[in-house]
Design a binder for this molecule. Structure first.
Ligand SMILES: Cc1cc2nc3c(=O)[nH]c(=O)nc-3n(C[C@H](O)[C@H](O)[C@H](O)COP(=O)(O)OP(=O)(O)OC[C@H]3O[C@@H](n4cnc5c(N)ncnc54)[C@H](O)[C@@H]3O)c2cc1C
Length: 411
């Protein structure tokens, strides 16, 4: 079947991927009068935002959870879609460290000040890793341990692979609000999908993208459907872009920028509680995970504890590949105060996800970021991995979707 043909009057685009990036691009184009078709491999929208409602008003976020301080685009999107935020009552940037070398709040705060001074003097293109920068700081040994754990968990990578600059972003220790979308972050994607109506195809992976001219591109899916448009937005993660055949092939430097995207590895464990617990956040320093209890609607505590482990090291130590048992044992010891309902625990893994295969990208050097977001003729590229310093975040996905739409609109 062939979809809408280019008419010469109404420009049209095919968007590949119905995660936050793709859907943001789609509604941005639609708002400007474009006809848009969105094609998604999964049988749901949202990609790495996937929210499962649980009893008692809790929402298990299988992927993205917190809107970080300074993440304005995702907040603006929620506003535009008339969706509220839940404060959660917990702060992404503040976790009580347990299990490592001893440190106290004053030493940690002083270490963060020292780190911030070092970061202020860092060149934006500094090749220093988080591990290298932290090793130069004259700080308390326990606080150093916490900074390293914090960086490795949040960037989902080992500290020697994390750019030092990320210590001022995803891994920053602070007390600023870090809400989530009311009802779950996937609500953003549901709301955008409802604006597309029937112009959304689910469960049908795209297998090829062919440039037919300066303003013409044809997209084919695994089921044999095809769509032709004056533009296309490819918003699939770099980790799975190789499953799409581009014709002609992507320019060498574009392809190698994509192949060079480094991804972190993470998993979540979501455990219902026999009763709601007030907000709390605890960092397991040696095992590289943290857990939190939170509030939901009307700032009321919900009966759920969520855990997030980042880095291959953490996933191996918690034996995530074998299931939730080892992690549950650890959580029981870490949080004896919580009435865990372990037989309803949900383990969320992404390394084995066929349309992702990892968690999120580690921010790339500026020149690679430039190549990742550069259009190729009528094909624009979106996705958190193209978002430079906002990569790895919902914020990056939303910004990249708007940017890709802008590229097509400008022609
Ligand atoms: C465990 C975890 C925790 C996280 N926590 C946070 C957090 O607290 N805060 C935060 O801001 N971010 C967080 N993130 C990151 C955030 O989820 C992502 O940055 C963001 O959702 C990425 O959106 P995207 O649209 O770029 O990619 P995706 O959401 O991956 O969307 C891409 C879409 O493309 C589809 N696709 C792939 N191949 C094809 C194909 N061939 N044809 C058609 N469709 C295809 C995929 O199925 C997917 O739906 C977390 C991520 C994970 C995994």
């Amino acid at each position: 079947m062939t979809g809408p043909k280019q008419t010469g009057r109404t420009p049209n685009a095919i968007v590949i991927g119905a995660g936050l990036a793709g859907l943001t691009a789609a509604i941005s184009l639609q708002r400007e009068g474009w006809e848009v078709e969105v094609v998604e491999a999964r049988d749901r929208v949202g990609g790495r935002t996937w929210s499962r409602p649980l009893p008692g008003g809790a929402v298990a976020e299988m992927g993205a959870e917190f809107i970080l301080p300074g993440n304005t685009a995702v907040r603006r999107l929620a506003d535009e879609l008339e969706i509220g935020l839940w404060d959660k009552g917990v702060r992404y940037g503040r976790r009580e460290p347990r299990g490592g070398l001893y440190t106290d709040r004053a030493s940690l705060d002083s270490a963060v000040e020292t780190l911030d001074r070092a970061l202020a003097g860092l060149r934006p293109d500094s090749p220093l890793s988080a591990a290298e920068l932290i090793s130069t700081l004259a700080i308390d040994a326990g606080a150093r341990d916490v900074l390293l754990a914090r960086a490795e968990i949040s960037a989902a990578s080992s500290a020697d692979l994390i750019p030092a600059g990320d210590l001022s972003g995803v891994a920053h220790i602070n007390d600023q609000p870090s809400p989530g979308v009311a009802g779950g972050n996937q609500m953003l994607s549901h709301a955008m999908a409802s604006r597309l109506g029937e112009r959304l195809t689910l469960g049908d992976p795209v297998v090829s993208v062919s440039r037919r001219g300066v303003r013409s591109v044809e997209v084919e899916s695994a089921s044999g459907r095809s769509w032709r448009g004056s533009g296309c937005v490819v918003s699939v993660p770099a980790s799975v872009i190789g499953r799409i055949e581009f014709s002609p092939a992507l320019p060498e430097e574009k392809a190698s920028a994509m192949a060079g995207v480094r991804y972190g590895h993470a998993a979540k464990l979501l455990v219902p509680l026999a009763e709601p617990a007030p907000p709390s956040a605890v960092l397991n320093v040696p095992q590289r995970y943290w857990c939190w209890t939170e509030t939901g609607a009307e700032d009321l505590p919900v009966p759920l504890v969520s855990c997030f482990a980042g880095s291959t090291f953490a996933l191996d130590m918690l034996e995530v590949e074998a299931g939730p048992d080892r992690w549950l044992d650890s959580l029981r010891s870490l949080r004896p105060d919580l009435p865990l309902v372990t037989d309803r625990a949900i383990l969320s893994t992404w390394d084995d996800d066929p349309w992702m295969g990892a968690a999120y990208s580690v921010s790339p050097p500026a020149d690679q970021a430039e190549l990742l977001r550069a259009p190729v003729g009528p094909i624009a590229f979106a996705g958190e991995h193209t978002a430079g310093s906002f990569s790895g975040l919902m914020e990056g996905a939303v910004r990249s979707g708007r940017a890709a739409a802008g590229q097509l609109l400008r022609g």
